[in-house]
Design a protein around this ligand. Structure first.
Ligand code: PLP
Length: 400
């Protein structure tokens, strides 16, 4: 009898790990490596948030809490939903999880039966298809290319829907492209969903505070309140509050689903860390000006990267509305050979050669189910970022 369950064969280890492992090995061997592969802010967690956590420890907030989160934090989440998006969620319609990732995991495991289909626009975050597969669901990938700004078109959503469609995922701003949907674009998507009353909607808004050039973020329930009773609105502290390690994600959703997710969580991880919940409470209720400062820095870096990569031979770089990623095409480099003699046959050979020859780590597009591109994270100090872009330009100029 094999030790490892068949279920585990449905998923693969995170493809982003392979490139980071290689980058770390090269660094350990003394090479000068700049990593643009991280999916987390380079900013430190704000001081007031850290202090709230230290106070929580000193005050003995070190015990189990309600599985779905402390009443105070749920109240604060409800308030943020109201202030930020005009959404009205009651405490019994809110759950706090160990990161946004656990929100997705809970929702899928609590609802999917074998063969249920989940529509996922691609490029998509690496974990969506794997979480769906682990929960016995069938990911239905709908490619969204640069011609539509990497956004799903209403007609492509309509065409992907079958009688087995249970969920539709939307991530705006998107990882890995940074693409964000405005109200009109969401309106078109909502109109399709209104015609299919059995489909549930999972909207991952974890990057919604990181938007540039005055872009107004919006979310499904805000645009179409009639979809409220079948939508999960997910958000979290990881990106906007630079709190990836604290592991706090949350969602607003109909109480029926929240109860099912709570039941599942009660038999798996129980509550998210009590100390992290106290920190999250301060993040959500304390001063918010930190975010605007961070956004200004990200915007300047985005412009730098888009300009510099746009000058690299064989690269086309789209300018995204949000998050901290750009997703350039490298298709103009395919079929060439690098200065170090590597054949560039696809996005993976491109990022491997770039890392080995120029010491720049980026993630290949196949990891996000949309090859021919690579993801650059600009959550890195501006000086390193400029140097990394110069190295990418050099790498591309040397291709023959
Ligand atoms: N959703 C998207 C699109 C992400 O990029 C990430 C993290 O990279 C998450 C969710 C999960 O975030 P958390 O760290 O809160 O689990």
């Amino acid at each position: 009898m094999p030790l490892i369950a068949a279920r585990l064969n449905k998923i693969s280890p995170s493809q982003t790990i392979a490139i980071s492992t290689k980058a770390r090995a090269l660094k350990a061997a003394g090479r000068d490596i700049i990593s643009l592969s991280a999916g987390e802010p380079d900013f430190d967690t704000p001081q007031n948030v850290k202090q709230a956590a230290m106070r929580a420890i000193a005050n003995g907030q070190t015990k189990y809490t309600d599985v779905s989160g402390t009443p105070a934090l749920k109240q604060a989440i409800a308030e943020r939903f109201r202030i930020d998006s005009g959404l009205d969620y009651r405490p019994e319609e809110i759950i706090v999880c160990t990161g946004g990732k656990q929100v997705i995991y809970n929702a899928m495991v609590a609802t999917l039966d074998a063969g249920d289909e989940v529509i996922i626009p691609s490029p998509c975050w690496v974990s969506y298809p794997d979480i769906v597969a682990l929960a016995d669901g069938a990911p239905v990938i709908v490619p969204c290319g640069p011609n539509s700004g990497f956004k799903l078109r209403a007609e492509d959503l309509e065409a992907a829907i079958t009688p087995r469609t249970k969920w539709f995922f939307l991530n705006s701003p998107n990882n890995p492209t940074g693409a964000a949907y405005d109200r009109d674009e969401l309106r078109a998507i909502c109109d399709v969903l209104l015609r299919h009353p059995d489909i549930w909607i999972f909207t991952d808004d974890i990057y919604d505070k990181l938007v540039y050039d005055g872009f107004q973020p919006a979310t499904i329930v805000q645009v179409e309140p009639r979809l409220r009773d079948r939508t999960v609105t997910m958000n979290g502290c990881s990106k906007a509050y630079a709190m990836t390690g604290w592991r706090i994600g949350f969602a607003g959703a109909p109480a029926l689903l929240i109860r099912a997710m709570d039941k599942l969580q009660s038999q798996s991880t129980s509550n998210a860390s009590s100390i992290s919940q106290a920190a999250a409470l301060e993040a959500l209720t304390g001063p918010q000006d930190f975010i605007a400062e961070m956004v200004a820095t990200y915007q300047a870096r985005r412009d730098l990267v888009v300009d510099m990569l746009g000058e690299a031979d064989g690269i086309t770089c789209h300018k995204p509305e949000g998050a901290f990623y750009v997703y350039p095409s490298m298709q103009g480099c395919i079929g060439k050979t690098s200065a170090g003699g590597a054949a560039i046959t696809d996005d993976e050979s491109f990022v491997v050669a770039l890392l080995e020859e120029q010491g720049v780590a980026a993630v290949h597009g196949a990891a996000f189910v949309f090859p021919g591109h690579f993801r650059v994270s600009y959550a890195t100090d501006t000086e390193s970022l400029a140097e990394a872009c110069r190295r990418i330009q050099r790498f591309c100029a040397d291709l023959h």
